[in-house]
Write a protein that binds this ligand. Structure first.
Ligand code: IMP
Length: 419
């Protein structure tokens, strides 16, 4: 494999999530010594398809399938013990044992079953209902529990009891729903923590040590930049910072040490949940994208909304995230269109302006050499990179690792591809 991975690389989604980060990170992880999650929780759904199976990871980093790769959950991730245990068991059933290579920050906020109840009771934007927002609320309000609190059982029980009283007050008196049973929640946490406690560590220091030993670290973003709590389509966003800048905050790794920021971008756009989506297509073209792209949410099974690529917004996000290169996914989903609109501007009333690029109407599925793509498909790729000002170094043309085109690291000089 010939990936363009540098030493400390951040990989993030450039749209509303579901860009295919799981596939790209699994592929890049063949060259990395560690993959580190830095935000979000089990709201993420990173799908990895191999010749033999399809695995969906929610909390565990997408390096899990590579036996040499360490998997790290940084302090920015809200951690559900239940979800983590279920996922570790699922991987074990698939002969993937993480016991020796999973590292979890002592400072991860704990996501409790009562957070899920609160999320379900309060949701107004179409969340994944996993309790993510309420868990981050407790973190910021400084009343939340951290995974490290489990090391002192007495302290944990007292703090958990106070927090659950507060949750139950909201659940009962504000949302008029059935409260949780505090003792049951606490006992479940203590039971589930057994396997987790040996994995806790000071992630920041471990990453610095690995960096000093010249290990290649891959920081795995979840969701996408348009779901960022500050820079996304507020209030229709997730509750964490999904932008590249959070890779330092969510792990404790030095901001000066990152030297590559890869943006994973779908060749069109999708969104799950509510909120603005100016390039959405409510017609047969949207339906073709949904069918061909199998656009169903990996976490919730909801149908994804579909539409065209928004280059105007993509260019803005390239700047906000210091994107050094784009990896473009699902190009083959566009195969049947005679023309492919891309948004290049907006009018004052926020109506998108499109330019129609020529389609190729030839199958590109599984193509793995740039020059084997039809001229129009190459034209589409090159139009995007000219517009946004950064190279597209990798193009994905199918689900498995082998369905990938690696271009020269500087596509403007892509001599190899021109042959
Ligand atoms: P939450 O993250 O569950 O609070 O959901 C907030 C918004 O983010 C909703 O619109 C969700 O559909 C969306 N969201 C959260 N995680 C993902 C993801 O992994 N992919 C796509 N959308 C997501």
């Amino acid at each position: 494999m010939n990936s363009p991975l540098l030493q400390n690389t951040i990989v993030i989604g450039m749209q509303w999530g579901d860009e295919g980060k799981g596939k790209i990170i699994d592929w890049l992880a063949q060259d990395a010594q560690a993959v580190i999650r830095f935000q979000g929780g089990h709201n993420a759904g990173h799908t990895i398809t191999t010749l033999r199976k399809k695995l969906i990871l929610h909390l565990i980093p997408s390096g899990a399938l590579n036996p040499e790769c360490q998997c790290v959950i940084g302090n920015g991730v809200v951690l559900s013990l239940q979800a983590l245990n279920t996922e570790m068991a699922m991987l074990k059933e698939n002969n993937i044992d993480l016991a020796e290579r999973l590292h979890i920050s002592l400072n991860c906020p704990l996501l409790l079953p009562s957070h899920e109840v609160l999320d379900k009771a309060s949701d107004s934007i179409g969340t994944t209902l996993r309790g993510i927002g309420p868990a981050y609320e407790d973190k910021v309000a400084r009343r939340g529990l951290r995974v490290g609190d489990l090391l002192d059982e007495k302290f944990f029980c007292q703090k958990a009891s106070d927090l659950l009283d507060y949750h139950n007050f909201l659940i009962n008196h504000y949302y008029h729903q059935k409260p949780v049973t505090p003792n049951r929640v606490i006992d479940t946490c203590l039971n589930l923590s057994e396997k987790i406690l040996p994995l806790l560590c000071d992630v920041a220091m471990r990453l610095h040590e690995w960096h000093t030993n010249k290990k290649r670290l891959l920081f795995e973003g979840a969701q996408g930049v348009l779901l960022d709590i500050d820079h996304g389509s507020y209030p229709f966003v997730t509750s964490s910072n999904t932008v590249a800048g959070n890779a330092a905050i969510g792990t404790g790794f030095s901001p000066l040490q990152f030297n590559q920021v890869i943006g994973v971008c779908k060749a069109y756009t999708t969104r799950v949940g509510e909120g603005p989506f100016p390039t959405e297509e409510h017609n047969t073209e949207g339906e073709i994208l949904r069918q061909k792209g199998e656009e169903v949410g990996a976490t919730t099974g909801r149908q994804r909304r579909c539409g065209w690529l928004d280059l105007f917004t993509l260019r803005r996000m390239v700047l906000i995230n210091s994107i050094t290169e784009i990896m473009l996914t699902k190009l083959d989903v566009l195969d049947s269109f005679a023309e492919i609109p891309v948004c290049i501007d907006y009018s004052a009333d926020k109506t998108p302006h499109y330019i129609n690029l020529p389609g190729w109407q030839i199958m590109t599925h599984a193509v793995n050499r740039y020059n084997d793509l039809p001229t129009q498909a190459r034209g589409y790729i090159e139009y995007i990179e000219d517009f946004i000002g950064v190279p597209i170094t990798v193009v994905s043309t199918g689900k498995i690792r082998e369905h990938i085109i690696v271009r020269h690291s500087d596509p403007y000089l892509a001599a190899e591809d021109q042959r």
